[in-house]
Design a protein around this ligand. Structure first.
Ligand code: URA
Ligand code: SF4
Length: 204
């Protein structure tokens, strides 16, 4: 197993990763993207949120979750007492699929190793995959079977990553909650579980 890096080396590794992602042509999404979206937040965070892929505004600005879904996500985070600055947010796929279509399996396969490296550098205590694509990817890494997001959202799963117990708390994707308003309380609950684990407010 690799040892966790000290902060200076970690920042260097992130800079290298950013450079590689900006130059990446491992799947065809580089052709239509304006900017890749590497991720944002605290690289020493204990919690990482993993979305699906950049949308229109993310592609323009190069930052994750800044469009309508991002604004809703910010509201949920605020409600459960988490700030964007204290967590890290990224996506499974770093470049925007044209017209915001779902990412194709080969795009997830090509891009996934960047997320793996981010996870390995940050080594968060809690991973919150947002939506089915992200959950399916993270669960497969953890060896947890995945059927549907509705079945697993808001539940706590344990995985051994980096020889350390890591908690996976899948959530519905905030973009879905823009029009399926009833799902908002589920997302809030999943995020509040993540916050409680961090604050040692629940015993597992
Ligand atoms: N949806 C995502 O999955 N990620 C973003 O960054 C924005 C919208
Ligand atoms: Fe590379 Fe990922 Fe962008 Fe595809 S989506 S070009 S694999 S950075």
């Amino acid at each position: 197993m690799k040892m966790a890096l000290n902060n200076h080396l970690k920042l260097e590794a992130f800079a290298q990763l950013t450079k590689e992602i900006y130059e990446c042509r491992k799947c065809s999404l580089w052709k239509t993207r304006k900017r890749p979206v590497v991720g944002d937040g605290d690289t020493n965070a204990c919690i990482i949120l993993v979305g699906e892929a950049p949308g229109y505004w993310e592609d323009v600005e190069g930052k994750p979750f800044i469009g309508a879904a991002g604004k809703l996500l910010n509201e949920f985070l605020k409600k459960v007492g988490l700030s964007r600055e204290s967590i890290y947010i990224t996506n499974v796929v770093k470049c925007r699929p044209p017209g915001n279509r779902d990412p194709h399996p080969e795009e997830i396969k090509a891009c996934g190793p960047y997320l793996d490296r981010q996870l390995d550098l940050i080594r968060p205590k809690v991973i919150v995959p947002l939506g089915r694509h992200s959950t399916s990817y993270i669960f497969s890494k953890a060896g947890v079977p995945f059927k549907s997001i509705s079945e697993v959202q808001g539940k706590i799963f344990e995985a051994m990553f980096w020889e350390t117990k890591t908690y996976l708390i899948p959530s519905y994707h905030p973009a879905v909650a823009l029009y399926r308003v009833k799902l908002r309380s589920d997302i809030e609950r999943a995020l509040s579980l993540a916050a409680k684990i961090l604050n040692n407010q629940i015993m597992i």
